[in-house]
Design a protein around this ligand. Sequence first.
Ligand code: HAM
Length: 437
Amino acid sequence: MSTLKAVRGTRDLLPPETALWNRIEATARSVFGRYNFGEIRTPIFEDTSLFARGVGEETDIVSKEMYTWEDRARAQSEKSQMLTLRPENTAGVVRAYIEHKLGETGQLQKLYYIGPQFRRERPQKGRYRQFFQVGAEVIGPQSAGSESPLRDAEVLEMLATLLDELGITGWMLHLNSVGSSADRERYNQALREALVPVQDKMCVDCQRRAVTNPLRVLDCKVPEDQPIIETLPKIADSLDEESKEHFAAVTAALDAAGVPYTRNYRLVRGLDYYTRTTFEFTHGGLGAQNALLGGGRYDGLSEAIGGPKAPGIGFAIGLDRLVLTLQSQAGDAPVAAVKVDAYIAPMADAKDAEKLKTINAAGLALARELRRAGLSIELGEGSFRLKKSFDAADKTARRIVILGEDELQSGILTVKDFSSGVQTKVPRAELAALLAG
Ligand code: HAM
């Protein structure tokens, strides 16, 4: 029988690497807390039409990459339904905002999430079919200031703070405005016209995009196409006054806060809900998949999925890519496992079943006492020989505590500290204090 493996594009995360994931998540929660964001957890699967209407039928995500299935009715009272594993979380958050009438509070909703997302993409370094995002959304009625460029700048400033606190060096913020949907319509038209005389000199993908979705030409990475793309009209020239002013206010606030950015006219993003500000943070250490995170404003998303007007802005960080970046910065040194405070080695004659049972039980009782005192403890096994216990202890713990029959009777335990090599005898009542030092 062939051995079963994790499905292509998915992977297991194991200790000690998971400690790094936990550290990143804890830092994100701490930073988000300081900006007054609360956590939201939405379901991992949703009605397929949420993504079709929210993210956009024409996008790669919806047209090619979703895991969708028919959930057949199990009872007369139920209807069959098309369901999809969420490829991203913004649509789910906005659905929840509408469903729970969060707009009626009159307040801005500041929500963050951490969780898995699913896209059937071609797997490669930094690109998986199940990946993790840490994201946040600021959404609310216009009267709560949800459209203010200050919100855009604050979200970007928060991201800069988070990356700095995580110790990510050398990130770059690419910033653009894709304007209102009318601006985009105008720009699409301008691009379509500009592409007519040049498209047959471009790659086959661009020839197709020139007809179906001219905006996507800007994503092209084929080197020969780049000089042609540089000559195409820029979206900045299609923005109306309002969009221009909004963008100018975002950059002015970033300048005032000292957050560095570069204007990237080609940043149009692959999801249809964006309006006005769009952004990505990239990192050189990531290779081809260099976007650490992406986001932007989505002033019409709520209405697109049947809700009230609720402008918003948000982002999602690729957690897998954040981990890769921190690992590449640390060089190839593997993440060191953290050692526990002590290893308890119960010791008894392995051939004497009664004694073994007694000493193992005493070992568990001692471990319980120490763990409840806040210490991290690894518990050994009474049948191990002394050398085996020492070897196991040395790999996992800073010290070994010997618990043999003599120790059990006298209440005096032997502790050896591996870093100093010092061996001490200590009364049981003083053990926790010694190990806490
Ligand atoms: P996105 O650009 O599709 O935006 O994804 C955000 C980030 O998720 C990417 O920059 C990347 O780091 C990571 N990511 C995307 N696909 C994969 C993959 N297959 N494997 C590993 N990492 C991946 C969104 O998802 C929007 N919902 C962001 C947003 C929130 N916009 C407004 N609010």
